[in-house]
Design a binder for this molecule. Sequence first.
Ligand code: SF4
Length: 354
Amino acid sequence: MQTNMIQNRLLSWYRKNKRLLPFRDRTEPYIIWLVEIMLQQTQVETVIPYFNKWIHQFPTLQNVAEAQLSELLKLWEGLGYYARCRNFHQAAIIIQRDHNGKIPEDWVTFRSLPGVGNYTAAAVLSIAYKLPYVVIDGNVKRVMARILGRKKLSPRNMVMINNTLNNWIDKENPGDFNQAMMELGALLCKPKRPNCTVCPLQPNCRAAAAGYPERYPRKIKKVIRPHYITVGGLIWRKNRFYVQKRNVSSMLGGLWEFPGGKVRTNESLKTALKERIKEEFGITPIIQKKIGSVEHAYSHFSITFHGYHCKENGKYLESKTEHQWITPREINMFAFPTANHKLFNLITEQGWNV
Ligand code: SF4
């Protein structure tokens, strides 16, 4: 099939079948960039309410640059992969400071900004500025592996995929071409049961011709994620409890949490909680009551998180970390990890009176 025929079939399918999303067909580079970042490792349906809230509060990139990181993290709360939010804030500041507020149009400058990898650079530059960079996400890899009949996504086959896409990309509408490929992967060429009968690329697809297209590319065995038992304590002082901000360079950096840590082998939950708090603050808390436990999965591990109500043991807790003593009503003023919120929900069900 000729390249222009592939483009025509693909783009005409896309224009008829693309999902109507609040950010679809927006052309502002800021919006396109924000959406691409929010969509990394995250489902479209999850992103939509976050996008709507964010854009209402921060309609321009300048608003983002001028915001406090804590405000942004509060809006990002629950979306996960918080480094995306921190990097976006940093990049927005750099753009105001070094680029007169304009998102750079050249690859090298844009790619050098915090959090901008090859995928983000290609997506933003092709959609916002119509530059002919191909976007290769997980969906596009799967579609192309099937079209080219490649079972492995080896470096050699990735070069072949990249070269083919560079040959096929519509130089007039690179953004639409890229979005069409991603949409095809999301709507038709799904991992299981691809809908080949209505696929605009079916005449050109080796996997469909060979039968069993779902066998391409071969699945990579999932790495088993470790599971940890963790424990945390709400340390009460009168009607307030202690929360601290996580180091910005750590996982979940910039979010607030209550203290605790991992339970070591052969440690009881209560011993672990007392020890982790003693290691951090030098005082052993009095454990009053168990709140309960919640499960949570992160990208590389999962946890069972046990929570307890505690109080100081007569000595005041002193902390060098940025911290606050807050009332339950003030929880909404801070961004907390989802596991902490799950525990807050348990307490709300039980009542906040200890
Ligand atoms: S024909 Fe089937 S396997 Fe091939 S790209 Fe289309 S949906 Fe995917």
